[in-house]
Design a protein around this ligand. Structure first.
Ligand code: SF4
Length: 172
């Protein structure tokens, strides 16, 4: 826990959104990326609880207090390593996860919860920007086939081509 009084001093802030007048003209991301300073400040709100209920809330078991602390200490590379040790796709979960970890956050009992999802997104975006995200190729191939071949042989498919009863144009 980097800053014992962080949760007393810093109010919760989440990422700002682009102006509506701009958003209606494109399909780009609505939320802006928080600055590293803002993210570090938000990470300082984590109390490093003895029983961190954020763990229970996260279906992936993300090690949230530890990556919050690493961000607060400006050790972003370490925060990234902690994050990807349990999460294969933080670039998605940092955006579209409903964040049950925040609903479970102990700080949420009497104050707004730690902005965990925003911190997660900032970590992975910094990791991409710094070139820390690299393919993890296996040292040895197992020889197993992809899920596509599983589908072909599963009970959902006979393995035979699907016979179309009527032309697709009739469906629309
Ligand atoms: S429950 Fe909230 S305050 Fe406690 S360790 Fe998890 S994120 Fe930090």
């Amino acid at each position: 826990m980097g800053k014992p009084t962080g949760f007393l001093e810093v109010d919760r802030r989440t990422a700002l959104k682009r102006p509506v007048s701009e958003r209606v003209t494109d399909y780009k991301e609505v939320e802006l990326l928080a600055s590293p300073q803002d993210t570090e400040s938000q990470a300082s709100r984590c109390m490093d609880c003895g029983t961190p209920f954020c763990h229970n809330g996260c279906p992936l078991g993300n090690i949230i207090p530890e990556f919050n602390d690493a961000v607060y200490e400006q050790n972003w590379k370490y925060a990234f390593e902690i994050l990807v040790s349990t999460n294969n796709f933080p670039e998605f979960t940092g955006r579209i996860c409903p964040a049950p970890c925040e609903s479970a956050c102990v700080l949420g009992i009497n104050k707004p919860a730690v902005a965990i999802e925003m911190i997660e997104k900032s970590i992975i975006e910094k990791a991409y920007a710094e070139g820390w995200v690299v393919p993890q190729t296996p040292a040895k191939r197992s020889g197993k086939k992809s899920s596509r071949s599983w589908f072909r042989t599963s009970r959902f498919s006979s393995g035979k081509p699907i016979k179309q009863s009527r032309p697709l144009s009739d469906c629309f």
